[in-house]
Design a protein around this ligand. Structure first.
Ligand code: DQA
Length: 146
C-alpha cells in the first residue's frame, strides 16, 4: 500500500499531558494520543510522524521542513494558538491540509483563549473532544488526501 506522510505537531507544555491539569486535559499522555493517531493512520494508509517542542522557532522550522516532506499537518499549537503570528505565516506557506486540534474547547475557557491566530490558515479545527480528537483529525486528513 502506498502511504501518505502526515506530521503531527505539538506545542508548548503538551509534553506534560497526563500530569498537567488533568481535570482539563485528561489523564492520557501525549505519547498515548500520538500512539492512537499512528494506529489509526496505519489503518487508513497514512504514515504519521510527530514532533513536540516548547520552542516556537522549532515549530516554525518543522513547518518549513514539512513543505517538502509531508502531505498534511495536524497541529495542536497549545498556547501559541493565541498569539503566534510566525506559526500562522509558516502554516500559510504550507500547501496541504492543516487540521488545528485542541483537547479542550478554548472557546469555553478564559477570554485570552478565544482568539486563534492559527484558525485562519487551518483547513478545519477540532476542539473539546479530548483524545478522541486525534483519531478524528487523522480521519479528516485521510478523507482529504484521497
Ligand atoms: C490547548 C488549549 C490551549 O489554550 C492551551 O494553551 C494548551 C492546550 C488544548 O489542547 O486544549 O496548551 O491547545
Amino acid at each position: 500500500m502506498v502511504t501518505q506522510p502526515v506530521l503531527i505537531l505539538s506545542g508548548p507544555n503538551l509534553d506534560l499531558l497526563g500530569d498537567r491539569e488533568p481535570e482539563i486535559y485528561g489523564p492520557a499522555t501525549l505519547d498515548d494520543h500520538v500512539a492512537r493517531a499512528v494506529a489509526r493512520g496505519a489503518e487508513l494508509g497514512l504514515t504519521i510522524d510527530h514532533i513536540q517542542s516548547n520552542s516556537e522557532a522549532e515549530l516554525v522550522e518543522a513547518v518549513h521542513s514539512a513543505r517538502s516532506t509531508v502531505a498534511a499537518i495536524i497541529i495542536n499549537p497549545a498556547a501559541l494558538t493565541h498569539y503566534s503570528w510566525s506559526l500562522h505565516d509558516a502554516l500559510a506557506a504550507f500547501a496541504g491540509p492543516v487540521i488545528e486540534l485542541h483537547l479542550s474547547n478554548p472557546a469555553a475557557r478564559e477570554s485570552f483563549r478565544h482568539q486563534s491566530v492559527v484558525a485562519p490558515v487551518a483547513t478545519g479545527t477540532i476542539a473539546g473532544l479530548g483524545g478522541h480528537g486525534y483519531q478524528l483529525a487523522v480521519d479528516a486528513v485521510a478523507a482529504m488526501l484521497t
